[in-house]
Ligand binder design. Structure first.
Ligand code: HEC
Length: 107
């Protein structure tokens, strides 16, 4: 293998290893949080008031809950299954995004 090819491969691998969301955490957080709207409501307030309002809550508190669901330490009907599909980095982005979102008025 020529050294030029080797350098090319090294560069390619370096870029491939950088996760897509590393570029813009806010946009990535927004995309990830969009999937929560089905159940938690488009602005984080569920239409029937069944679910806790998500935006404006502390990141630490949210992250603890999401991890507890994911690790099976917080019994739930849906969230434990759902959270298994997210990496720790994604949960971090979700919680950070929600914390910085303005808390909507109660419906
Ligand atoms: C398919 C419906 C559904 C989706 C999608 C969903 N959730 Fe939930 N969520 C629930 C339900 C139902 C509960 C109540 C716990 C349970 O039984 O699973 C809940 C509870 C929660 C709680 C705990 C609320 C509290 O304080 O008691 C948080 C936090 C939460 N969800 C965050 C999220 C986030 C963030 C997303 C998106 C990444 C999301 N949920 C997507 C249905 C959903």
């Amino acid at each position: 293998m020529s050294s030029i090819t080797r350098i090319g491969l090294l560069v390619a691998c370096t870029f491939a290893a950088v996760p897509a969301f590393a570029a813009d955490p806010v946009t990535s957080g927004m995309r990830l949080v969009a999937t929560c709207a089905n159940c938690h409501g488009t602005d984080g307030v569920s239409a029937n008031g069944e679910f806790e309002t998500l935006p404006g809550r502390s990141k630490v508190e949210l992250l603890a809950k999401l991890h507890a669901y994911r690790d099976g330490n917080l019994p739930s009907t849906i969230m434990q299954q759902l959270m298994k599909g997210y990496s720790a980095e994604e949960l971090e982005l979700i919680a950070a995004y929600l914390e910085n979102e303005p808390r909507p008025r109660k419906k």
